[in-house]
Design a protein around this ligand. Structure first.
Ligand code: FMN
Length: 335
């Protein structure tokens, strides 16, 4: 399949693996890129720029295909050393960066000078337009369904994607709720040029996380995620567990006066406990509603091949079938 996104990143299939804390290591990124998508290493999971440089080199040893790095601009008081992370990205020969969180405006000159294509993850049309204005090459439009931070507008992709298509000139991928060939075709129909998946990629053989996490995803349904940290305007969609129930209880008690310090036990340092040690009740970790569509743990290649076959079947058989005997509109007629 050829779209503006496959052309932009030099990949075979219009499928991107979004940055994921403690999941987006070289193993997963390389597997996605080897299967024809765009794999992404999560920059800040590497505690220092030096460690990121090593992770990029490790990924390079596992694939000769393009892969990218996610740089998440956190709402923290003390910023990680972003310029040094960007230097590691540039020196590692990376040509695709997924930015997320705050606007990447301050870092665009450095990224562009290194010939890097920037895809910024946005949860609203206004942020997408800002990304276009500051020179981003593409946008990952992240709907309310998404795992992680959906923003504060609560607009699902059925509305957000066509709105983005109406306003944006740069290409965009649909992110949030994407799992299979149906998702891809739906996203393309609504104006996207591909899709970005997070949660679905966690339940794959190559995802370097504890098996408990993968089993929990297979077991969970679309009813098992909740939003936390709304009062802090840092809303996150997470998989429900004992730690998250405690967090919700604290949120109920504190109401609008909630401070991050009140919930540190349930939100800080949770990822290694869950992803490495498999402690499924440790607290808040990102998970999308799409978990309701996850029923197996395939290899990344099996997953991507399956998506592409299903997408092509839907387009060529199901959708074209509806047009059987229907005269195409004049604009579509070949002279
Ligand atoms: C476990 C997990 C960790 C994530 N960590 C990050 C992160 O560190 N930075 C980021 O930009 N997005 C992060 N995300 C969001 C994904 O990149 C992606 O935007 C999102 O998962 C898309 O929604 P989906 O889960 O419905 O596919 C994370 C998602 C998950 C599931």
């Amino acid at each position: 399949m050829k779209t503006a996104i496959t052309e932009l990143f030099g990949i075979q299939h219009p499928i991107i693996q979004g940055g994921m804390h403690y999941v987006g290591f070289a193993e997963l990124a390389a597997a996605v890129s080897n299967a024809g998508g765009l794999g992404i290493i999560t920059g800040l999971t590497q505690r220092t720029p030096e460690l990121l440089a090593k992770e990029i080199a490790r990924c390079r040893d596992m694939t000769d295909k393009p892969f990218g790095v996610n740089l998440t601009f956190l709402p923290t008081l003390s910023d990680p050393p972003y310029p040094e992370y960007i230097a590691a990205i540039r020196e590692g020969g990376i040509k695709a960066v997924e930015t997320a969180g705050r606007s990447p405006e301050a870092y665009m000159p450095a990224l562009k000078a290194a010939g890097i294509k920037v895809i910024h993850k946005c949860t609203s049309v206004r942020h997408s337009l800002k990304a276009e204005k500051i020179g981003c090459d593409a946008v990952s439009v992240d709907g309310f369904e998404c795992g992680g931070h959906p923003g504060e507008d609560d607009i699902p992709n059925m509305i957000l994607l066509p709105r983005a298509a109406d306003e944006l000139k740069i290409p965009f991928v649909a992110s949030g709720g994407m799992a299979d060939g149906r998702s891809l075709v739906g996203a393309l129909a609504m104006g996207a040029s591909g899709m970005n998946m997070g949660t679905r990629f966690v339940a794959t053989k190559e995802a370097p996380v504890h098996d408990n996490v993968k089993q929990a995803l297979v077991k969970a349904t679309e009813l098992d995620t909740v939003l936390v940290m709304r009062a802090l305007r840092n809303t996150e969609r997470v998989l429900r567990n004992k730690g998250v129930d405690e967090l919700l209880e604290i949120e109920r008690e504190k109401g609008a006066s909630l401070k991050i310090d009140d919930i540190l036990d349930q939100v800080a340092g949770v990822y290694p406990k869950v992803m490495v040690d498999g402690q499924m009740d440790a607290g808040a970790w990102s998970c999308g509603m799409v978990v309701g569509l996850i029923h197996d743990i395939p290899t990344v290649k099996e997953l991507i091949d399956r998506i592409m076959v299903e997408a092509e079947q839907i387009i060529c058989q199901r959708l074209t079938g509806f047009l059987d005997g229907v005269e195409p509109p004049k604009a579509m007629k070949v002279a």
